[in-house]
Design a protein around this ligand. Structure first.
Ligand SMILES: Nc1ncnc2c1ncn2[C@@H]1O[C@H](COP(=O)(O)OP(=O)(O)OP(=O)(O)O)[C@@H](O)[C@H]1O
Ligand SMILES: [Mg+2]
Length: 282
């Protein structure tokens, strides 16, 4: 190794250490109250956590515990009842779009009247990117999503998994540094879900966006995340925080057969299971 290579490696490593320490999302004492049928109730109760640069954090909890509500407040789509959210040290203001943040929704939100390439290119069109540059980036995204040959197809002609790939690419093409994902694969069958995990892991392992990924599927959380934040049943409170020290790159199928996956699964399941039982007992 030459001296120049050596010093550049050393610099890269110290850059990594500095970057790893940077907080991208800080949620501080977050509270959300809703009014249902004239009665106020607490949906999110005093939740605090941080997501660092390049971390893949899963927010895990039973249905109705406030996961989407938290994500919507982080995205600035929903007002808070209390607490603060900072993105890169700036307070999130409701209704103000942050171009560094991308959001993949829980429901399929593709435009049915637009083709695959028109859906993927939508954000670039809004941003006023010249046509040729748009076409180049869209073609690349279509390929990355494994949708070659389907660029002209319409959403109704695609499977659920393919539609979710389009939705994912429509967000990723804008190159968000921070990615908020709300159960994007929740409606898919197990096999398609594993395929989507592979697609997402391939992209993330290359690009290392900062990700906050909402799910109620523990296997999905272990497969994807570096850290799992566990929420209690309604009202959502922070219950636990687990490190997922599984090496990368990860193979979503092979991973499920490892002893480490089984060990983590049963460890976290014990804590999560209590919350599922509490949800049912409500
Ligand atoms: N706009 C609203 N008005 C009143 N109540 C709401 C509103 N949005 C959500 N809620 C309630 O807040 C609680 C949390 O909802 P949220 O959608 O955040 O749950 P979730 O954890 O994302 O669930 P799921 O896993 O089923 O998507 C639920 O009891 C829900 O009924
Ligand atoms: Mg939800």
């Amino acid at each position: 190794m030459t001296a120049a290579q050596g010093s550049s490696l050393a610099r890269d490593r110290s850059d990594d250490v500095a970057a790893a320490a940077r907080t991208r999302i800080a949620v501080q004492r977050l509270v959300k109250r809703f009014n249902a049928g004239g009665r106020d109730f607490v949906a999110v109760d005093d939740v605090s956590f941080e997501v660092k640069q390049g971390e893949f954090v899963a927010l895990l909890g039973p249905s109705g515990c406030g996961k989407s509500t938290i994500l919507n407040m982080v995205a600035g789509l929903l007002p808070r009842s209390g607490g603060r959210i900072l993105i890169d040290d700036d307070a999130v203001e409701t209704g103000k779009v942050n171009p560094r943040v991308g959001y993949v929704f829980q429901r399929d939100t593709l435009f049915p009247w637009r083709s695959v390439e028109q859906n993927i290119g939508y954000g670039l069109e809004i941003a006023g990117l010249p046509k040729a540059e748009r076409a180049r980036r869209v073609a690349l995204a279509v390929e990355k999503a494994g949708l070659t040959g389907f660029a002209q197809s319409f959403p109704r002609m695609l499977s659920g998994g393919m539609r979710q790939r389009v939705a994912l690419m429509r967000t990723l093409i804008l190159e968000p540094e921070i990615l908020l994902m709300d159960e994007p694969f929740g409606a898919l069958d197990t096999h398609t879900k594993l395929e989507m995990h592979k697609t997402l892991l391939d992209i993330w392992e290359r690009e290392r966006q900062t990700v906050l990924f909402v799910t109620h599927d523990l296997g999905e959380a272990i497969t994807l995340a570096s850290r799992i934040i566990l929420l209690s049943a309604r009202p959502g409170r922070l219950k636990d925080d687990f490190e997922v020290a599984v090496p990368r790159p990860r193979d979503p199928v092979a991973l499920r057969e490892t002893a480490e996956f089984g060990r983590l699964y049963s460890h976290i399941w014990h804590s999560l299971g209590e919350e599922f039982r509490r949800t049912r007992a409500d």
